[in-house]
Design a protein around this ligand. Structure first.
Ligand SMILES: Cc1cc2nc3c(=O)[nH]c(=O)nc-3n(C[C@H](O)[C@H](O)[C@H](O)COP(=O)(O)OP(=O)(O)OC[C@H]3O[C@@H](n4cnc5c(N)ncnc54)[C@H](O)[C@@H]3O)c2cc1C
Length: 450
């Protein structure tokens, strides 16, 4: 590739903080809030206009079970606080889903409004529409994050950093280890649309069943593409429409990401045209996602790669900082395979056909939840850096389970509290006292079984 040489330059420092978080999804904001509640001065750099990441900007508005498989509540903290706040205003709907317990669909626009208030009430300095593009590193320490926004190129100096960008944009720029699977989970592009609930309600059949025979005529990508249509909690007939899964896209590559956004919008347009022509002229797009829905790109090279055997075996790590029950859920060109903690397996083919089986015998003992270790967030060799969210070090199948937001939110909270402890104890990230970490998390509202 042809390149040009840019001369060295001086970069102004926009602020000095105890903690700088890259990425303002719920993961990043929850990290920032937990650290601020413990007294740290915190900045968050977010490239979108909205806080909330995939939950808001990409319109992925469903959070899974907060209980173990026996129905005992195991996830609290900021996940429960935010859901309770939305729920009090009637902006959350609940539905029991096979093998997944009670799932909550929330109004993602109002969640973004709540996250603004949550961050500002905690005195967090927000840099929005600002992308982290480089890092300054001295030996094992990150000393500054460089970001670009409308004002140009600036730096944030901090004593501690958390990379919650999902793509490792600070981690990798600082030269710490990261890896990427050969086959990544697919990306999808979403929209809000009006009229779909009524169309479905009148026939009782899925909209896809009714229009799929026309998919080829409208150049709608049929394979693996059944659109997921989910009622949006707001007055009127508004639904979230999940676009087709696009395999083979590495969304940490800017050009591939742009192509996926354009293909996502093209196929949503095809779906709207099919439904208008086949079922009802009274459907329309209301709003398009502000971001591509990204399931997976990079993972940190950490002190411990979480394996699927540990996950589904319910291994209780001494440094467990998060718990969950969402099944291993790996999407691929061939379809989707789900493995549940109770030993059941569900295979959904490219054609949408569902087959149930078992991956573990019925007579075996089944764990009621799984555990995520702190070490999977600690970059090898880093003194003052942690990751949170989908950067977690987990093998392909383990990641298929842990990647959902009720889990990722907890990794954010843990990273925020660990940042506070590392600074207070004057220790390296790897040496944060894990018993104190777990206790401080529990004191702040986390519920995981101690
Ligand atoms: C289509 C789809 C459906 C899904 N369904 C569900 C579901 O039903 N329930 C569920 O719980 N999970 C679901 N998931 C998975 C889940 O949404 C993600 O795994 C989760 O959101 C990851 O959270 P995160 O905070 O690590 O990353 P993200 O939500 O991707 O957040 C990363 C944040 O960092 C910001 N950022 C990135 N780079 C930079 C940079 N250089 N500088 C500054 N900011 C930056 C981004 O703008 C974003 O706000 C789904 C995912 C997709 C794509």
């Amino acid at each position: 590739m042809k390149s040009i040489y840019e001369p060295a330059r001086e970069t102004p420092v926009a602020g000095e903080f105890d903690l700088c978080v890259i990425g303002g999804s719920c993961t990043g904001i929850f990290a920032a809030v937990r650290a601020a509640r413990l007294g740290l001065k915190v900045a968050v750099v977010e490239k979108n206009i909205l806080l909330g990441g995939t939950a808001t900007a990409a319109l992925v508005n469903e959070w899974h079970s907060l209980t173990d498989t026996d129905g005992r509540k195991i996830i609290g903290g900021l996940t429960a606080e935010v859901l309770d706040g939305l729920g009090r205003r009637g902006l959350v709907t609940e539905a029991r889903k096979e093998g997944r317990g009670i799932c909550r669909t929330f109004n993602s626009a109002e969640m973004a409004l709540d996250l603004d208030r949550l961050a500002l009430d905690h005195g967090i300095r927000l840099f929005l529409q600002a992308s982290c593009v480089a890092a300054v590193r001295e030996a094992d320490r990150v000393t500054a994050a460089i970001f670009e926004d409308k004002s140009g190129r600036r730096a944030i100096a901090a004593r501690f950093f958390i990379d919650a960008s999902g793509d490792g944009d600070l981690l990798r720029q600082a030269g710490f280890g990261a890896w990427k699977d050969e086959v990544l989970q697919p990306v999808s592009y979403q929209m809000l649309a009006a009229g779909f609930g009524r169309v479905k309600g009148e026939t009782g059949r899925s909209i896809w069943e009714q229009v799929r025979h026309r998919a080829a005529d409208f150049d709608y990508p049929e394979a693996n593409a059944t659109p997921w249509i989910n009622r949006f909690p707001a007055p009127g007939d508004v639904s979230t429409i999940y676009g087709p899964r696009q395999n083979g896209c590495d969304a940490s590559d800017a050009d591939q990401s742009t192509s996926a956004v354009l293909e996502g919008r093209r196929s949503l347009r095809a779906l709207l045209d099919m439904v208008r022509q086949e079922l009802s002229p009274d459907v329309a797009a209301v709003s398009l996602a502000h971001a591509l829905g990204i399931r997976e790109t990079w993972h940190v090279r950490s002190l411990h790669r979480l394996g699927v055997g540990e996950l589904l075996g319910g291994v209780v790590f001494p440094d467990a900082i998060a718990v969950g029950t969402y099944p291993v859920d790996v999407h691929s060109r061939e379809g989707t395979v789900l493995r549940f903690l109770d030993g059941r397996e569900q295979v959904v083919g490219r054609d949408g056909k569902v087959a149930w089986g078992r991956w573990r015998s019925e007579s075996a003992e089944h764990p009621r939840c799984y555990h995520l270790p702190y070490r999977s967030l600690v970059p090898e060799g880093a003194e003052n850096l942690l990751v949170a969210g989908r950067l977690i070090d987990a093998d392909r199948e383990a990641f298929g389970g842990v990647r959902v937001m009720v889990n990722m939110n907890q990794t954010g909270e843990a990273a925020g509290v660990a940042a506070f402890l590392a600074l207070r104890e004057g220790c390296r990230t790897a040496d944060v006292p894990v018993a104190r970490l777990r206790r401080t998390l529990a004191d702040g509202g986390s519920l995981f079984p101690l």
